[in-house]
Write a protein that binds this ligand. Structure first.
Ligand code: WT7
Length: 637
């Protein structure tokens, strides 16, 4: 496969950018010519940001898997599509060629069909990082079912909420999942999530850990048994279903500033074009290279840059089941050496935690295959950037700092590896098609360079969010109502003298903990479910490894409590309601919270105290009870 739309010089980038702004429809039509369509589009783009209505390639028909699999068979059928490395360094790795993946996806598509899954049905996928997870998502796409992958770290309660919101009828899971030294009993979490559930008809369970599970008769079936049935049928072909351009490909839940996660909706044609275009250009992927994205498929990064971007480009994508620090902190480097990885795409939190382990684990590892490094999920601090550059990239690999979001589907602002300039801690320049702008609180655009503001996007791009599932109004409210006619990202941003963008972090009540998005309201809801808790307020504070840590101020009922065990119980509650990713790093029991006369919690003050910086708490005179601030400061010491 070659990529006529791969930008190979800075001039080519500038020209493409110009064209994408002056004639977006012409620009994207030209890119879209490079895909397989069952029927071409009638209109490249129809949109307004009021409703919002975003329609790309309307009238076109296609199938994502035809683009990810079938079209590569003639040229790359025997090339590896997925290389899988186990959590256990001694377990044999697996390679699935495009031929094999094509076969297995159809085989599992048959399983779905045999179990009554139809086009448009919502299928929840809760699995560990094994090839069957990729097979399951692609099998959904093959028949036009909508997948909703839930990260393996979410709790039963979090899953139950998502199942209900999506009206899911099917679940694909595993007996368990390995993560470092631990085995997580996924099926038993699903069993808990299904207590009281009325919509789920069938649970398909794939064997991984051989953890004992209970199977509910008439509802639960084994993946392996179902595959055998398909084999008995003679493995009938499953032709790629005809899907409309704007039919939903998947839902992915993400946190916002309210208590309830929202189901971000991505549709088929635009998302395909966008993930492919951004993959090929950001990483400058060359045919035959091995691309290693270390994210979990439960997050958007895994959807876009383990599965859809790479596979639609006929690339070799490496899927790793394990964690960077187990059995030791050399694991990533071993994987790079073992598979001669060309592109490594990971998160600043992983880089920082490996950096903290020193250089011993890197020593003696052959990293000479690496050509491009990537960073995603949070701002990368300069120290981590330099460590990554020197010790992993050995000063010869461009680092792409890719800013984007679950809602944007793919990379929005980033340097293009080796093509456009890099600048430590800057995402740098927008990709073609992306029109960023900075606005002040009143929504007035801040023009010129050397300025700071809230980051918005002025014009649609193919991979953008279409809706929030089942609640379009929420989509409008969250992203399109803060500023007239703009998509609001929720991030603060600096544009320097050279016009380069630097993301400064969220400006809303959303935390970024180890590159995972967590709403403060969600954590507060979970904490408040503990019987002894009257009220709580959660803020983020700078954390050396995680980027942000979670600080919870908690008001409890009664005195004479055993505070230490209460802390443990509260953490347990958060584990139960959301999952371990949201557990507070610090809990401070306080007599009150700083509130305005209208009852709004002044989080700015709480953030300052959590940071340990009480020198400048700003104006506290509007508080209902200013003395509460001094009391909290005393307790925080
Ligand atoms: C938020 C989106 C994009 C996939 C992973 C996270 C922050 C993301 C960067 C970056 C600075 C970044 C932003 C954004 N973020 N990438 N390169 N530099 N900040 O997806 O969970 O949807 O979170 O992550 O704050 O809004 P997500």
């Amino acid at each position: 496969m070659n990529y006529p739309y791969q930008l190979q010089s800075f001039e080519a980038y500038l020209a493409a950018y110009q064209k994408s702004i002056q004639d977006p429809e012409g620009f994207w039509a030209e890119v879209a010519e490079n895909f397989t369509w069952q029927k071409k589009w009638d209109r490249v783009l129809e949109w307004n940001f009021q409703d919002p209505k975003i329609e790309w390639f309307k009238g076109a028909q296609l199938n994502m898997t035809e683009n990810c699999l079938d079209r590569h068979l003639a040229t790359r059928g025997n090339e590896p599509a997925i290389i899988w490395e186990s959590n256990d360094p001694h377990e044999q790795h697996r390679v699935l060629t495009y031929q094999e993946l094509h076969f297995k996806v159809q085989q599992f598509a048959n399983v779905l069909l045999n179990n009554g899954v139809q086009k448009g049905d919502r299928v929840c996928i809760y699995m560990g990082m094994i090839p069957e997870l990729a097979i399951a998502t692609l099998a959904c796409a093959r028949i036009g079912a909508i997948h909703s992958v839930i990260f393996g770290g979410f709790s039963a309660q979090a899953i139950a909420d998502r199942l209900e919101d999506a009206g899911a009828e099917f679940i694909i899971t595993c007996d368990g999942a390995y993560r470092g030294a631990k085995a997580i009993a996924l099926k038993s979490v699903i069993d808990d999530a299904l207590v009281g559930n009325k919509t789920i008809k069938c649970v398909i369970v794939c064997t991984r850990t051989r953890t004992p599970v209970s199977m509910s008769k008439g509802r639960d079936v084994w993946w392996e048994d179902e595959i055998k049935k398909v084999e008995t049928m003679g493995n009938p072909k499953v032709e790629p279903a005809t899907i409309d351009a704007e039919d939903i490909l998947f839902i992915l839940y993400t946190s916002g500033s309210t208590g309830k996660p929202k189901g971000v909706v991505h549709t088929t044609a635009g998302y395909m074009v966008w993930t492919n275009y951004t993959f090929v250009n950001t990483f400058q992927y060359q045919p035959g290279q091995v691309h290693f994205c270390t994210a979990d498929i439960g997050w958007i990064t895994g959807h876009s840059y383990i599965i859809y971007g790479p596979l639609s480009a006929g690339a070799t994508t490496l899927m790793f089941e394990g964690v960077p620090t187990w059995p030791d902190a050399g694991r990533f480097w071993e994987v790079v050496e073992k598979f001669k990885v060309d592109i490594l795409y990971t998160a600043p939190t992983a880089i920082r935690s490996l950096m903290a382990c020193g250089l011993e684990p890197v020593k003696g590892k052959d990293l000479s295959s690496l050509k491009v490094l990537g960073s995603v999920g949070e701002p990368i601090n300069e120290e981590a950037w330099h460590w990554y550059n020197e010790h992993i990239g050995q000063n010869r690999c461009p680092i792409v700092d890719t800013w984007w979001q679950t809602e944007t589907g793919g990379v929005m602002i980033s340097n293009l590896a080796g093509i456009t300039p890099a600048k430590p801690s800057y995402a740098t320049l927008p990709l073609p098609g992306i029109q960023p702008c900075l606005v002040d609180e009143n929504g007035v655009e801040i023009e010129g360079n050397g300025v700071n503001g809230n980051l918005c996007i002025k014009f649609p791009w193919p991979g953008m969010i279409r809706s929030t599932y089942n609640d379009h109004e929420r989509c409008r409210q969250t992203y399109f109502s803060t500023y007239q006619n703009l998509y609001f990202t929720g991030d603060g941003c600096l544009r320097d003298e050279e016009g380069m963008y630097r993301i400064t972090g969220r400006v809303d009540d959303v935390l970024n903990v180890s590159g995972h998005r967590i709403g403060t309201a969600e954590v507060e809801n979970a904490i408040n479910m503990h019987a002894c808790v009257i009220e709580s307020a959660v803020v983020g504070y700078p954390h050396d490894i995680k980027g942000q840590g979670i600080f919870a101020y908690v008001i409890i009922e009664g005195k004479n409590q055993d505070l230490e065990s209460l802390q443990k119980e509260i953490i347990q509650k958060v584990n139960e309601v959301i999952g371990p990713i949201a557990k507070p790093d610090q809990i401070l029991f306080v007599p009150g919270l700083p509130k305005t006369r209208s009852g709004k919690i002044m989080r700015r003050i709480l953030r300052k105290i959590a940071e340990g910086d009480i020198s400048n708490l700003g104006d506290t005179s509007t508080l209902l009870d200013p003395s509460v601030v001094d009391q909290i400061i005393k307790l925080a010491r």
